[in-house]
Structure formats: C-alpha cells, structure tokens
Ligand binder design. Structure first.
Ligand code: ZN
Length: 157
C-alpha cells in the first residue's frame, strides 16, 4: 500500500514529469497504485497522489461504496496522456477525490473526449471516451497538471 497525498502537499500542485522508461519498476508502481486505489474505494488514482511526479494514472470505473452508479470496466493504466479533441457539450456531475477525503462537488466536464496515451508496455492507444469514464480521465489528467478538485471548485463557485 502506498500513502496517499492529501490536499496541501506540494506534489498535488506540481506538473508531473513524462514517463520515459517502461520497466519492471513501472509495472510495480502501477500494481501498487491499483491496490491502493481499490483499498480506498476509488475509481481512479494518479501518480502524484502517491508522491510520484510522473504522467501516469489508473482509471478503473466500478460500482462501489463511493460511486454506486459507476459503470464496470477493466482497470486501465494511462501514461503520458493527451486530450486531442473534446465534445462541445459539457455535463455537470459529482466528483470526489482520494486526496480530498471529506469533499464532494459538482464539476463540469466534457461529455466525450478523444484521447491518446501509452499503456504499461509503452504502446500508444487512441480512443474516444464518454460519460463517467471520460469524467475520470479528465479528473486524473488534471492531477498531472497539478490541478485538483479544490482548484476546479473555486473556478466554478
Ligand atoms: Zn483526485
């Protein structure tokens, strides 16, 4: 289990560094992040949240005690992500964050996004995501730019 950075820790407001080496250490980090996320009943976790300044996150939507309506998907490791295109439409929805354990808030996100990223082997993937999965991607992508829900809240207040 990795310790989760809580809002106020500097790493949560820093731009993460690109991943350049896809080795066993990266696999171990991905496995540890997944275990940490599942233990905390999250649907996503970004490397800065476990004190690693790397452009890497896991999205793993699944219905659980924190998100009872979440769709089920196999956990996906996302590395060096880019958002290529977005829908015009944005949707407001409730979000929480493992780094802000007591807070929930309504955040507007694009309904669908076209994304490009590397998987754990370094292979590039490109796809359209929509709905809750697109919301997770945008939330975790924010973490890699040093943006948390706290910044989104003040922006939308
Ligand atoms: Zn978060």
């Amino acid at each position: 289990m990795l310790s989760i950075a809580i809002y106020g820790e500097k790493i949560l407001n820093q731009q993460a560094e690109p991943v350049t080496v896809f080795d066993n250490q990266l696999h171990t980090l991905a496995d540890d992040m997944l275990a940490t996320m599942q233990q905390a009943h999250g649907v996503g976790i970004a490397a800065p949240q476990v004190h690693r300044s790397l452009q890497m996150f896991i999205m793993a939507s699944n219905p659980n005690s924190r998100y009872s309506d979440a769709p089920m998907m196999a956990p996906q490791v996302v590395i060096n992500p880019q958002i290529l295109q977005t829908s015009v439409e944005q949707i407001r929805g409730e979000e929480g964050c493992l780094s802000l354990p007591q807070e929930r808030c309504q955040v507007a996100r694009f309904e669908s996004i076209e994304v490009r990223y590397q998987d754990i082997s370094g292979e590039w993937c490109q796809e359209w995501l929509s709905g809750f999965v697109a919301r997770i991607f945008q939330h975790e992508f924010d973490h890699l730019q040093g943006i948390t829900l706290r910044e989104r809240m003040s922006e939308q207040a």
